[in-house]
Design a protein around this ligand. Sequence first.
Ligand SMILES: [Zn+2]
Length: 206
Amino acid sequence: MGLIRFFCIAIFLSFNIACSKQVEMSETVVAEPTPARTTAIADAFDYPIGKNPTVTQAKDSDEWYNALDLGENDHLGEDWNKNTGGNTDCGEPVYSIANGEITYAADGGPGWGNVIIVTHTLPDGTRVQSLYGHLQEISKREGEVKKREQIGLIGNANGRYLCHLHLELRQENSKDWNRPGGGYSSDRTGWLDPSDFIDSRRTFKK
Ligand SMILES: [Zn+2]
């Protein structure tokens, strides 16, 4: 009985190996050359939150507002919250503000929680990076993203704050290019105002 079982297992295993080898071989035969990666140009920008393309920084105009602007208390970004306050925005989707490529997606440390950085190539060839901090969840960790593609969920940096999205926008001369950095600094060389930048490049016009 034991011998029969042994043979059955042996036959089963060799059949599986033969099959997987065949799959590998047929995949090799049909495989085509991988086309060169061309990240889409970031020719338009939009806000990273909200269902509608009508978001502004003001608290009274739509569901969302910027609670802490760039430069306030040496803040290097903008803190996006729902008008309804508290933790009502926990778990809301976070979208890439433009076409680009995810170049950082990890836990940035105690003050950060989950962080995603997307690198965008502008039509003139220069690059900027958008950073999304304190995320409850990272939905996409690598690869190309489209404008308004979901990349994460709004969070609280593992309970450190009330839920909000910390949004930064950097140029290549930022000392924290492609890493989370400190979030606050009196030296804002290389940091841009996210809302001003988005407003001047969005497809939706107020
Ligand atoms: Zn912040």
